[in-house]
Design a protein around this ligand. Sequence first.
Ligand code: KG4
Ligand code: ZN
Length: 328
Amino acid sequence: MVILGIETSCDETSSAVVKDGQLLSNVVSSQVDLHAVYGGVVPEIASRHHLKLIDAVVQTAFKKASIAVSDIDAIAVTSGPGLPSALLVGVAAARGMAASLKKPLYPIHHMEAHLYSPELKPEPFIALIVSGGHTMLLHVQKFGDHQLLGQTVDDAAGEAFDKAARLLGLPYPGGPQIEKEAKNGNPAAYPFPRPMLDSPDWNFSFSGLKTAIRREVQGRTITPKDMADLCASFQQAVTDVLIGKSIAAAKKLRARQIAISGGVAFNNYIREQFESRCARENLHVSFAQKSLCTDNAGMIALLAEQKIKNGYTAPGEWDIQPDWVLAK
Ligand code: KG4
Ligand code: ZN
């Protein structure tokens, strides 16, 4: 089965081709530079650029996969959650192609695609999704059967990186910048809080960390050493909370594996820390491969294929769902 995937939920225009579980191409055109000047994603700019790029991105996905348009069996597209005007561009393109090629069209949940993007052992797992818009901890009993344990009550983990970077005068997106600066810093230099690490629920809160950074930098000149130490200490605080909560959930629910996905899972320091702490606890940890961490259509097409194998049929009438909830 050959599936074309399309993703335009935020600021990446992406298209991918999957054949029998293999990713043949995964083209991502990021608009990050366009939004950087505004310090975050501007919805209208995002949708205008999706519209401009979608055709070329889809054509490139076919070309890189050495697949002809007539070879595809199905189309999968992100239908939510995301920015409404951005989602509409991908969905309109996918609808047009599906109608003209007379192929089934499968709407896909963006967060569900993140959730299943790591390679997993066939056993229950704890999933941690950490992106710019979400921080979610889930218990997955088996494919398609997931229960939300907790999520952020304020900023998402990626958003915390972006806001901390902004306070430190670093460009958007902040995650990669903070990771880079932190390499030369001391993670114990600043005793930043570990919000909700020991709370009885599985929720997260990152906005207090932002306040802690603001208090630290107010009215002060930041030397390169300060910058490195601030970034390393901030990154350590976020890492400790993510790891602490995930491992506690795995222990409580007797899951032996933890799967981590989303843009923040790109971070090498977080990956290494998770690996060493999970090894100590005898837990298997699996990260989405880096090309599947930030937003991409590969994860959309891969999930569609798995869902089709599990009986998902193309629905008749449907619309974009900008606030589509993954699990309650
Ligand atoms: O999954 P994603 O591409 O988009 C959403 O669906 O939100 O995630 C983007 C987020 C941004 O907040 C960005 O700062 C963060 O992922 N991010 C990182 C790193 N690379 C991207 N955070 C920490 N370390 C990184 N290396
Ligand atoms: Zn995402």
